[in-house]
Ligand binder design. Structure first.
Ligand SMILES: Cc1cc2nc3c(=O)[nH]c(=O)nc-3n(C[C@H](O)[C@H](O)[C@H](O)COP(=O)(O)OP(=O)(O)OC[C@H]3O[C@@H](n4cnc5c(N)ncnc54)[C@H](O)[C@@H]3O)c2cc1C
Length: 497
């Protein structure tokens, strides 16, 4: 029997433990212990709020995942909750951007931050005429020369300003790309976050040409393979009916309560002379195992790894984080006095607002609020506004409410039915320049250390599907060392050929 300890019960730790559980269900002799300091799910946190006998679904961390990434679908299928995946209601899709104090609709045809349709781009008031001309220069600016054998990388700011100008960065790319990652565009590594943009520049010589080609390809595919009648629409983002926590709860259920310890943290990690591991827990107990997967945030992983492998610990210390919070507020629909046909509002940094973005949660996700009620979710914090995190809960509620009133136009006399705040202290890893080198170093050192793997959103993708996959990769590393190959991986391999 091989024993493994997974430290951290977020999406990554659960992804790892669930894969290990599948190994044991296939008859392999694997025993799992998942240790979680606070609550299962980590940042995946849903609260069902009962207001006067009516239910609201409030996601405090992630509220969705990218549909094109397969990990969540695969897990949902194996848990038997695939039918509970919920697409967005695209009949009401509209993204608003705050610009010079006014809300503008995102022009049709904008892909990432590149316009692909002339008329909506030419007629939008979101950009000035000089700004539009500068963006169009992308068609003529030659691609960057990348020396053979060097990593093509630069910050989001450098890339966008070079190709499409400062106004495009400030008004569109920063809130859309930087904001989504809660990252500082002056530090954010493009190779670590959106490598496709760098490839597109090299392959097409222009982002606009690249996105136009990609849009045409999608349109052709849609024509060739129209959705089957009655099939669930495939929208850009997907969530779960009942909130994202359905997924992590489902995974924890499948792993089995007998294999999970919550409310205790791993305090010390040691490798014994015979290559086994001991983990000292906060309740004073000491657990031993043949392998360990550290699936915590980097700032929690670093002290555990210090002493085990200082190179790993140093690389972990080089990954910065930023804190943020989400505030969900519900109202009577009849009182808000705004058009609810929108998915959200983006507030660029140059607008100098406390609110980074707001989601019209009850519009974007049908069923999040009961009939006749609406719910919004505001984001605050991020690398450029860490001071706001010092505010008390009451102050944060007031700030977000007042921003929603002044930016979204919610009537001042609309009374909140309830408010929910979720704070994410150091919750967003920052993929800054050099991130890929740091991750490569961590992976190399783990590769050289039998029985050790790291997983989580701090390495190769922050999205929930990326985190699950990262946990699964960590599990596979250990299983492979034990000479175990899962049936599902054999099928995957066959599919790949
Ligand atoms: C506000 C917000 C909104 C987001 N929105 C989206 C979205 O819409 N879609 C999307 O795909 N992604 C989104 N993300 C990103 C995504 O939620 C995270 O990247 C992902 O959930 C991280 O999973 P993880 O397992 O790596 O880490 P975590 O969820 O942070 O899990 C790590 C766990 O380790 C535990 N731990 C720490 N130290 C110890 C210790 N010593 N012993 C035991 N346990 C320990 C922690 O308590 C925690 O539960 C969002 C993130 C935030 C903060």
């Amino acid at each position: 029997m091989k024993r493994i300890i997974v430290i951290g019960g977020g999406a990554a730790g659960l992804g790892a433990a669930y894969k290990l559980k599948r190994a044991s269900q296939e008859g392999h002799e694997v025993e799992i212990l998942l240790v979680e300091k606070s609550r299962i799910g980590g940042k995946v946190a849903t609260e069902m709020v009962d207001h006067d006998g009516e239910q609201f679904t409030v996601d405090g961390g992630p509220d969705c995942f990218l549909t094109e990434k397969p990990a969540v679908h695969r897990i949902a299928q194996s848990l038997g909750i695939f039918d509970d995946e919920l697409p967005t209601d695209d009949s009401r899709k509209k993204t608003l951007i705050l610009s010079r104090g006014r809300l503008y609709e995102m022009p049709d045809g904008i892909m990432m931050f590149a316009p692909t349709k002339f008329v909506p781009f030419a007629t939008t008031g979101l950009f000035s005429w000089p700004g539009k001309f500068r963006m169009a220069m992308d068609l003529f600016i030659p691609p960057k020369t990348v020396a053979e054998g060097t990593l093509n990388d630069e910050t989001l700011e450098d890339f966008v300003v070079r190709r499409m100008g400062r106004e495009c960065l400030d008004r569109l790319a920063e809130p859309l790309v930087g904001g989504v990652h809660a990252s500082d565009p002056t530090m954010m590594s493009l190779a670590a976050t959106f490598p496709r943009l760098l490839e597109m520049e090299q392959n097409y010589g222009s982002l606009m040409r690249a996105f136009l080609a990609s849009r045409k390809k999608v349109e052709q595919m849609r024509k060739k393979y129209p959705p089957k009648p009655g099939a669930k629409p495939k929208t850009f983002f997907t969530t779960m009916i009942g909130g994202m926590q359905r997924l992590t709860d489902g995974m924890a259920g499948a792993i089995g309560a007998e294999n999970i310890k919550t409310g205790v943290s791993a305090e010390k990690l040691e490798r014994t002379e015979d290559g086994r591991w001991t983990v000292t827990l906060s309740d004073g107990s000491v657990e031993t195992s043949d392998a360990v997967i550290v699936a915590t945030e980097t700032f929690a992983a670093e002290p555990l790894l210090r002493g085990v492998d200082n190179d790993i610990a140093n690389a972990l210390a080089g990954i910065p984080t930023s804190s943020s919070a989400t505030v969900s507020i519900a109202f009577e629909e009849s009182e808000v006095g705004i058009d609810m046909n929108a998915f959200g509002v983006l507030c660029p940094l140059v607008e100098n607002r406390a609110l980074m973005a707001a989601t019209y949660s009850s519009t974007k996700w049908p069923g999040r609020a009961p009939k006749g009620k609406v719910m919004f979710r505001g984001f605050v914090g991020g690398p450029q506004n860490q001071e706001i995190m010092e505010k008390s809960d009451e102050e944060l509620f007031e700030i977000v409410l007042s921003e929603m009133r002044s930016i979204l136009g919610i009537r001042a006399d609309a009374k909140p039915l309830f408010k929910r705040l979720f704070r994410w202290h150091r919750g967003m890893p920052q993929y800054t320049l050099g991130h890929l080198d740091r991750v490569a170093q961590i992976e190399e050192r783990c590769e050289a250390t039998p029985g050790l793997a790291l997983a989580g959103g701090s390495y190769r993708g922050v999205g929930v599907p990326n985190c699950i996959e990262s946990g699964e990769r960590a599990a596979t590393k250990v299983l492979t060392e034990w000479g175990i190959e899962l049936e599902e991986d054999r099928v995957e391999e066959k599919r790949a050929f």
